[in-house]
Ligand binder design. Structure first.
Ligand SMILES: Cc1cc2nc3c(=O)[nH]c(=O)nc-3n(C[C@H](O)[C@H](O)[C@H](O)COP(=O)(O)OP(=O)(O)OC[C@H]3O[C@@H](n4cnc5c(N)ncnc54)[C@H](O)[C@@H]3O)c2cc1C
Length: 476
């Protein structure tokens, strides 16, 4: 693909444009299994620079792939058609903190944890916090509608978006939403950008809602011999009207993996549940925590530990926080892939879905851990397989299809918070044929030349195994 490197250098400065093969390689993948080289990497600093780059790309019909930290697990920042990867991390200023209006204005490259560190002295916080908050950017979180351990009480990124500035495919700038907490002034276009995975516009500024930091947090952990009991506990905690600020599940496979990776010495039981309550009145927090503890006990939960102490809470949560990175240690010779990693199911189906995942894994000769923010219905999995055996990739493909069929049959979703991107697209497209024409019409109206992150979501290729290089290639 022909790209005028000098033109791009004139826009952002020579040092912020690279077609050096080492850089292209570094930007060829995210946290998924996919890999494809971009033509060039460009790092803009201002809105005007983004506009200039996009105007040029639109005229020449060159793909533009916005990118935050590249921590996405669905391949949505992978430049499947080459083109310009637009690294947004230099646009990382916190522009305004407005406690009186309970909002912040930020550039898209601000890292989630950095925002929270800055808000803390004000007694405020930005709740969505995905487990990747140490690196994930606000722009990437908006584009993926990220959420995290606190979503059970505080919701997902979409619940925090008040407004945003977006550069459209023709390079024009639009100002969506408002500084008010609610608005009913026309289409909620700021919401349309949420979850759009960089396919409809480039977020160059965001106005986000913030919350007061709660004074008290109490975290508990309970052991279960049976995964099913743990799943039913979660469903009952939610339906009982209790208000957890965190409700996490981790199965026995996850426990073995973190023990192997981190030498934590956790008891290797069928599952653990982490439950937390927060608030400004200690008695109210205690009331919620006791309610959850009682339900754990009703479903045979035991060895229950609880603490208000920040360090102790960190220790209790340590294994769950590092689970993702630990899973490849579960068994020699296998790797952990981000395929079918992010289902959402109705509250009453948690135990059934967890059991189904283990059944499907066994039937297809792969290993799958079950964990996640199950209080919000988010069930994370990882397909763990031997990457050097060709048939294991086909096994993974069958798992994705069977699992997605099941999840849709119970009214669930195939991505609760990570996005569709590439590998999750084929089975999702098959199941959601009803909405694809509407999505394609929106895309065509906003990006007629199909330059913004092309061939993702509804336009992703059906054959994900051969659509890009797989990072864990057979025979390597
Ligand atoms: C260890 C680990 C744990 C994780 N835990 C969670 C979790 O708990 N919850 C969760 O939701 N996710 C989680 N994720 C997934 C990932 O971190 C999130 O999807 C995150 O929002 C991605 O942010 P990013 O800055 O890395 O974006 P990228 O991965 O760089 O990009 C993601 C998408 O956003 C688009 N994009 C980026 N910036 C912009 C912009 N300025 N304008 C328009 N589009 C843009 C990209 O084109 C791409 O489609 C995890 C990932 C890892 C590796």
């Amino acid at each position: 693909m022909k790209v005028d490197i000098e033109k791009l250098q004139k826009i952002v400065g020579k040092e912020h444009v690279s077609d050096n093969i080492a850089d292209l390689y570094a930007y060829s993948s995210d946290a998924s299994v996919h890999q494809a080289l971009p033509t060039v990497v460009v790092r803009p600093k201002t809105i005007e620079e983004v506009q200039e780059i996009v105007k040029y790309a639109n005229k020449k019909k060159i793909p533009v792939i916005p990118r935050g930290a590249g921590s996405g697990t669905s391949g949505h920042a992978v430049p499947i058609d080459g083109g310009i990867v637009l690294d947004m991390k230099r646009m990382n200023r916190i522009l305004q903190i407005e406690p009186a209006d309970m909002l912040v204005k930020v550039e898209p490259g601000v890292v989630d944890d950095d925002l929270n560190r800055t808000l803390k002295p004000y007694g405020l916080f930005y709740p969505p916090a995905p487990a990747s908050s140490r690196i994930a950017t606000i722009g990437g979180e908006i584009a993926a509608n990220a959420s995290g351990v606190r979503s059970v009480k505080y919701g997902a990124t979409r619940d925090y978006v008040m407004g945003m500035k977006v550069v459209l495919a023709d390079g024009s700038l639009v100002n969506l939403g408002a500084n008010t907490r609610v608005h009913s002034s026309g289409y909620q276009l700021e919401r349309l950008i949420v979850g759009s995975e960089g396919t409809l516009g480039i977020v160059v500024e965001a106005t986000m809602r913030i919350y007061p930091l709660p004074k008290y947090r109490c975290l508990g952990v309970a052991n279960f011999d049976k995964l099913e009991d743990a799943g039913n506990t979660i469903s009952e905690i939610i339906s009982s009207g209790a208000q957890p600020s965190m409700l996490e599940l981790m199965d026995g496979i996850g426990i073995i993996a973190v023990n192997k990776a981190l030498d934590l010495g956790l008891k290797e039981v069928g599952a653990i549940i982490l439950f937390e309550a927060d608030g400004n009145v200690k008695e109210a927090v205690e009331y919620e925590i006791k309610k959850m503890k009682d339900i754990c006990e009703k479903y045979n939960g035991y060895d229950i530990e609880m603490s208000y102490d920040a360090k102790e809470r960190q220790r209790i949560f340590g294994g769950r926080k590092k689970l993702f990175a630990s899973l490849s240690k579960y068994q020699e010779g296998i790797i952990c892939t981000d395929l079918a990693d992010d289902m959402g199911v109705p509250n009453s189906k948690i135990a059934e879905c967890a059991k189904k995942i283990h059944e499907i894994a066994e039937k297809n000769n792969v290993i799958m851990a079950v964990y996640g923010h199950c209080g919000s219905g988010v069930i994370h999995t990882k397909i763990m397989l031997d990457p050097k055996t060709q048939s294991q990739w086909d096994d993974a493909d069958h798992v994705i299809e069977q699992l997605y069929d099941y999840v849709h049959s119970v009214g669930g979703v195939t991505s609760a918070e990570h996005g569709i991107g590439l590998s999750k697209a084929p089975a999702w497209k098959k199941a959601r044929k009803d909405i694809l024409p509407m999505m394609r019409a929106i895309k065509k109206a906003l990006d007629p030349n199909n330059i913004l992150n092309p061939h993702k979501l509804m336009d992703a290729p059906d054959d994900w195994i051969h659509a890009t290089e797989l990072r864990y290639r057979v025979g390597v």
